[in-house]
Design a protein around this ligand. Structure first.
Ligand code: IPE
Ligand code: IPE
Ligand code: MG
Length: 243
């Protein structure tokens, strides 16, 4: 890691985009792009923990991705089952706790079981957290949280006055800290319904690289760029500055 990097972000998120275009630009099928992207995913995740990142949230499949052809969706579903099984021992042995954000709706039991097995097997791990956003929608996460809050209000488990940002955060799929840095590969400048609540004051890093070709050194480049940013959270940096 570069010497200029003094501040490793705690929570990093990645929108792993551009698998399809990586493949078609090489005359390959889109599925090949997903396969290569899955290899990059493992490499980048392990690299992130190695340089000291504690929480990594990755966008694997959005609820909107069901709009794609049945063939592509089926390929991705089977690939996810395969990589979760293959990477099972890797995340276990690296002491990484794997968690899942998303809805069960429309997923086959095979996929749900593969994710849950990894989640259960790693639940006591402490060195890092890997948040798999799979069949995930940022807006639906907030809706699901509101539904749970409403139920607890009806059952008098909480009061209206107790509803704060911190409380809502606890009702999300996981009570995670805010995202410090978001990386999106693939050249698009948008959020595509990713973690809307957790991205409030996140630093954004966009790269044209397609995800399969995204490298550990480019990941480090994003961390270096993050170190140059001045985060103000709505305040001003130097309080003594003239009014
Ligand atoms: C990201 O790559 C993976 C998923 C959304 C499942 P894409 O498949 O969106 O690739 P592009 O953006 O079409 O190139
Ligand atoms: C976002 O990419 C979802 C994932 C990377 C899993 P998309 O390819 O679905 O986003 P859009 O359609 O270009 O906004
Ligand atoms: Mg895309």
């Amino acid at each position: 890691m570069n010497k200029l990097v003094t501040n490793i972000p705690h929570h990093v998120a990645i929108i792993m985009d551009g698998n399809g275009r990586w493949a078609t630009s090489r005359g390959l099928k889109r599925s090949r792009g997903h396969l290569e992207g899955s290899k990059t995913f493992q490499k980048i995740a392990l690299h992130a923990y190695q340089i000291g990142i504690k929480i990594l949230s990755v966008f694997l499949f959005s609820t909107e991705n069901f709009k794609r052809s049945v063939d592509e969706v089926n390929y991705i579903m089977n690939l996810v089952v395969k990589i979760l099984k293959e990477q099972f021992n890797v995340f276990k042995s690296k002491d990484i706790k794997v968690i899942w954000s998303g809805r069960v709706d429309n997923l086959s039991p095979k996929v749900v079981t593969a994710i849950n097995q990894l989640v259960n097997a790693t639940k006591n791990n402490k060195s890092g957290t890997l948040n798999l956003c799979f069949n995930y929608s940022g807006q639906d996460e907030i809706i699901d949280s509101v539904i749970k809050i409403n139920n607890d209000l009806i059952n008098k488990k909480i009061t209206k006055e107790s509803i704060t940002r911190e409380l809502l955060n606890k009702y999300l799929y996981h009570d995670l800290p805010p995202i410090d840095l978001l990386i999106r590969t693939g050249g698009e400048y948008r959020i595509s319904n990713f973690m809307l609540w957790q991205l409030t004051y996140t630093e954004l890093y966009f790269t044209r690289s397609y995800f399969p070709e995204f490298s550990s050194s480019e990941f480090d480049q994003a961390i270096l760029e993050y170190n140059k940013r001045e985060r103000r959270f709505g305040g001003i940096k130097d309080e003594t500055k003239s009014h």
